[in-house]
Write a protein that binds this ligand. Structure first.
Ligand code: ADP
Ligand code: ASP
Ligand code: MG
Length: 437
């Protein structure tokens, strides 16, 4: 049995958490490869080291602010080292990093140092080798991950060592330039390492007891999902279940490596298991709906044109406008004479220009825009072939006095999406949660 274990920022925020992490690792000899994040928040008003590193980098022209922020970072690491009684050479490394950040390094370099330093401390504390992710996680010169080279590099490098700490979140190009994943990307590193060493299990340790049926910040009493498929989790994480980075699922899934989400503060809890398939029995136990996730910040652009349904090429014209503006859409529901584009608002740089382009290309009669839209995804393999699920969602939302602006069901019947006003977001998620609890 071989396990890769990834610990998130909240699981490595201070020395007390490092102790818990060591205990978890030492409890099971199969936990041989460890992927740490940078120190996260110790309490809700605290700052994540990764955020501090970005702040430093973007304020490097204000030397006083840079120095103040850099001091906070230094203090975080020195306190962890002192409390643990280890010396991993982090103080000297910080000197070098400070210089690099001020005079040469990119923002990716700056951000990556959070994981790099934490990895060095953790390796020293566990007494196992440190393998720099820059040597094994390979990006191409355009900053895109090269999964094939990464797999080979990991396999070859880790073959030499029984156990290792490999920091999350970053890698490097063949020429040595550091590149990071998007935020939360240590989950991806964990998945890649699991593939590289052909692990039997990828354990992802965090601050909640698994993937909960809904975001615990929205539904306080949300309980963990016992077992979920890669597909379901991919839908949930894409739609805002931020417990795991959506891109972390693909590598493990390709090699059919199960993932287990566990709570560092409650290691006795069973957590959530992520697998390729669930049995009918498991579906029955879980209920029809596996989980609910949601994201704010969308808009709906509705194009209206008389006789649109007869016009050949209308959809193509609308979509080519998006293409030339470098935009993607999330959903595209249509009526007889209307076509709506549900889009992420922050991706649209020039709204007026986009509307003008759509009017011109499609010769629309009118265009209507609704802002401040939230999308809520109700996900579950158990929904397929079940009559009345959509009706239950609609009734629950109506009872909670929530207006549904759009509704979309994927043809695999695993996913129902509803669009509601941003203001109704918490009420809507809670109403659907209660209905299927
Ligand atoms: P880590 O630092 O371990 O990577 P993250 O903060 O990235 O942890 O992810 C865990 C957090 O994800 C939880 O504390 C919770 O606030 C949030 N979250 C959002 N949706 C869910 C969900 N459906 N289940 C569990 N946690 C969720
Ligand atoms: N430390 C990085 C972040 O805060 C990566 C991670 O935590 O996974 O986004
Ligand atoms: Mg995370």
């Amino acid at each position: 049995m071989l396990k890769v274990v990834k610990f998130g920022g909240s699981s490595l925020a201070d020395a007390e958490h490092f102790r818990k992490v060591r205990q978890i690792i030492e409890e099971d000899p199969a936990r041989r490869y460890v992927v740490p994040s940078a120190p996260g928040k110790r309490f809700s008003a605290d700052e994540k080291v990764t955020d501090l590193l970005y702040q430093c980098y973007y304020n490097k022209n204000d030397r006083q602010l840079f120095d103040e922020t850099f001091q906070k970072i230094t203090d975080r690491y020195m306190q962890i080292e002192n409390d643990l009684g280890v010396d991993s050479g982090v103080r000297e490394a910080l000197e070098e990093i400070r210089y690099e950040m001020l005079f040469q390094g990119t923002s990716d370099y700056a951000a990556s140092r959070g994981e790099y330093l934490n990895g060095r401390i953790l390796a020293a504390y566990l007494g196992i080798p440190f393998v720099d992710a820059a040597k094994v996680i390979v990006f191409d010169e355009n900053g895109k991950l090269n999964p094939a080279l990464t797999e080979i590099s990991l396999r070859e490098k880790l073959r030499e060592t029984e156990r290792a700490v490999i920091p999350g979140f970053y890698g490097a190009t063949p020429s040595g330039r550091i590149v990071t994943f998007s935020r939360g990307g240590s989950d991806i590193t964990g998945s890649l390492v699991a593939v590289g060493v052909k692990a039997d299990l990828y354990e992802n340790w965090t601050d909640v007891s698994g993937c909960l049926k809904a975001d615990p910040r929205v539904v306080k009493r949300a309980t963990p999902i016992s077992i979920v498929t890669y597909n379901e989790l991919r839908e949930l994480s894409y739609m805002g279940a931020s417990v795991m980075h959506e891109e972390a699922i693909y590598p493990a899934r390709q090699m059919n490596i199960p993932i287990q989400i566990m709570n560092t503060n409650k290691p006795e809890d069973p957590g959530t298991k992520i697998v390729a398939r669930v049995t009918k029995e498991q579906i029955r136990e879980r209920g029809i709906v596996t989980g609910i996730a949601g994201k704010r910040g969308f808009c709906i652009i509705t194009l209206e044109k008389n006789m649109m349904h007869n016009e050949i090429g209308f959809g193509r014209k609308a979509l080519s406008v998006l293409e030339t503006n470098g935009l993607s859409f999330e959903h595209m529901p249509s009526g007889i004479d209307t076509l709506s584009l549900v889009m992420e608002e922050r991706t649209i740089r020039d709204f007026d220009q986009l509307l003008a382009d759509l009017t011109q290309a499609c010769q629309t009669d009118s265009i209507e825009v609704i802002h401040h839209v939230s999308l809520i995804a109700v996900v579950g393999q158990g929904m397929a072939g079940q009559k009345g699920t959509a009706a239950r969602i609609f009734t629950a939302l109506a009872k909670a006095d929530v207006n549904v602006m759009m509704f979309d069901q994927g043809s695999n019947e695993m996913n129902i999406i509803v669009a509601v006003d941003d203001e109704d977001f918490p009420a809507a998620v809670n109403a659907v949660y209660d209905e299927f609890e």
